[in-house]
Design a protein. Structure first.
Length: 69
């Protein structure tokens, strides 16, 4: 499961790093994101990943029993 997550997480990390570098180049004129906004986004993404992971675990655990649904 970790190997399936490695590529998307690496891509997300590289994208965030590139966006951060672009922001540094632009300077402070581009506007600042509130720390509250960052906290909300991180919590939302983390919650979505936890829910998706839980669904994947349940499906893999009960895969044979769910075949008739």
């Amino acid at each position: 499961m970790i190997s399936r997550l490695a590529r998307p997480l690496t891509a997300a990390y590289l994208w965030a790093r590139k966006q951060h570098a672009k922001g540094i180049e632009r300077g402070s004129d581009a506007g600042d994101i509130s720390i509250t906004t960052v906290i909300i986004w991180v919590a939302a993404v983390t919650g979505a990943l936890i829910i998706a992971g839980t669904i994947a675990v349940v499906i893999s655990k009960y895969n044979g029993q769910l075949s008739g649904i």
